[in-house]
Design a protein around this ligand. Structure first.
Ligand code: ADP
Ligand code: MG
Length: 410
């Protein structure tokens, strides 16, 4: 083995002790630090179900990464443990995936149908028939069914509140079974889009999951780091730094865990045997870049052209552009790509949108005698952004295009 080219790698200690999934959002740890109060409160509501009664419907609100999904999945395990003495079905559903009335009812119905041939098909039945099948199957036994609708706001925005109307009044049609709903949302405003009757039925109880502070995030990370790494592969300051960075944003545990996981992956990729603060800072940059790239990818083509123009102008040395500069190079790019040219007013709006997304910065600048203009700069890394933009087929023939350079001096 001595001369093997693999030797240095084999001699090294692995960064991850066990599987790296421990740091992924889907992993549910044995206990959830700093969610004891919320778990207790939900348990007291769900305890009704174990006694055979219908628990209140509950709506949970909280920003991303505040442990909402982890908490309801944790409770699912607990309910399943308690199942020996009672008939409770705890059905979890993510409404970002299951996002229509039909698919929600179909999905729920099929959980009570064992025989494959009897299953409700993915499409094709009238909704009424799906609902009736669900009701019939539910009511075959005396049981309490807790339906967890995670990301419920996505369902409402996509498909309206009909499905909640049906689900919250289904108990009137049931003789043996009882159904209660636990809805989860990142967005406090979505209830404004509900029919008042649905809203009041759905929110017997409301809970808010507050963002975590840096100390709390540190505990959450510490628990995971102990599972994922041996002590000697991680600097002591690493979890504090990840926690502090995530707390600066909005106290998002997912963000904190992402920082830790990516930092570890960077250390691993560079064949280093210890995760340090330096890796965390690089992880931060990488995650920010991933975010920018996602935002750029999903822009409408006209906005992509504007952004591309700004970047191309900057590559030729322009640092600050006026709206007029941006418009003139935008027009050149439209001619080149064969896209229709929008009005300058419309382009001004699209620039403001890019500004709001944080992809460009547009500051109003006044100069003598009451003149005002915008000073526009890109806020994205040019090379990576350009690479993403050029992948758009509609923009492919700007690759080797040179803009006619003319900017106004501000
Ligand atoms: N109190 C906690 N203890 C341990 N891990 C947590 C806690 N809160 C959140 N997490 C972890 O953070 C990540 C995001 O949490 P999640 O429950 O998906 O957030 P939300 O559903 O509110 O957006 C998951 O990996 C989850 O396991
Ligand atoms: Mg969630």
């Amino acid at each position: 083995m001595e001369d093997s080219i693999f030797e240095p790698y084999l001699a090294m200690k692995a960064i991850f002790k066990k599987d790296r999934d421990i740091l992924r959002p889907s992993y549910i740890p044995e206990n959830l630090p700093h969610r004891e109060r919320q778990i207790k409160q939900l348990a007291s509501i769900l305890a009704m179900a174990l006694r055979g009664e219908r628990p209140s419907n509950v709506l949970i609100f909280g920003k991303t990464g505040t442990g909402k999904t982890a908490t309801v999945k944790y409770l699912q395990k607990e309910v399943e443990k308690a199942k020996k003495w009672s008939r409770v079905d705890y059905l979890y559903m993510n409404c970002e995936v299951t996002d229509t009335q039909y698919s929600v009812l179909q999905n729920l119905g099929n959980r009570f149908i064992e025989d494959f041939d009897e299953r409700i098909p993915f499409t094709g039945w009238p909704t009424e028939r799906v609902y009736n099948m669900l009701r019939e199957k539910l009511d075959e036994e005396r049981r309490v069914v807790v339906v967890v609708l995670d990301e419920i706001d996505k369902l409402i925005y996509k498909s309206g509140d009909d499905v909640l109307y049906h689900l919250t009044r289904i108990n009137e049609d049931l003789k043996k079974a009882k159904v209660s709903i636990l809805g989860i949302s990142n967005d406090l405003k979505f209830t404004e889009f509900l029919d008042p009757r649905v809203r009041s039925r759905l929110s017997d109880e409301k809970m808010v999951f507050p963002p975590y502070n840096a100390e709390e995030l540190k505990d959450i990370l510490g628990q995971r780091a102990d599972l994922a790494f041996d002590d000697d592969v991680i600097d002591e300051s690493v979890t504090s730094l990840c926690a502090a960075l995530a707390a600066q944003e909005h106290g998002d545990a997912r963000r904190a865990l992402d920082l830790l996981r990516v930092a570890a992956e960077i250390a691993e990729r560079n064949n280093e045997n210890k995760i340090t603060d330096r890796h965390v800072l690089r992880a931060k940059n990488q995650l920010e870049l991933d975010c920018v790239i996602e935002a750029v990818k999903s822009l409408p083509t006209q906005s992509k052209l504007i952004l591309l123009g700004i970047i191309m102008n900057e590559e030729m040395g322009a640092t600050r552009m006026t709206t007029g500069d941006v418009y003139s190079m935008y027009k050149q790019l439209c001619r080149r790509t064969g896209m229709s040219i929008l009005t300058q007013r419309r382009i001004t709006d699209l620039i403001s949108e890019l500004d709001m997304l944080g992809l460009v910065s547009a500051r109003v600048k006044s100069f003598g005698r009451g003149g005002r203009t915008k000073e526009i700069q890109s806020s994205v890394p040019a090379l990576e952004t350009r690479r993403v933009l050029e992948r758009d087929e509609l923009l492919s023939n700007v690759k080797n295009f040179r803009l006619k350079f003319q900017t106004t001096l501000i």
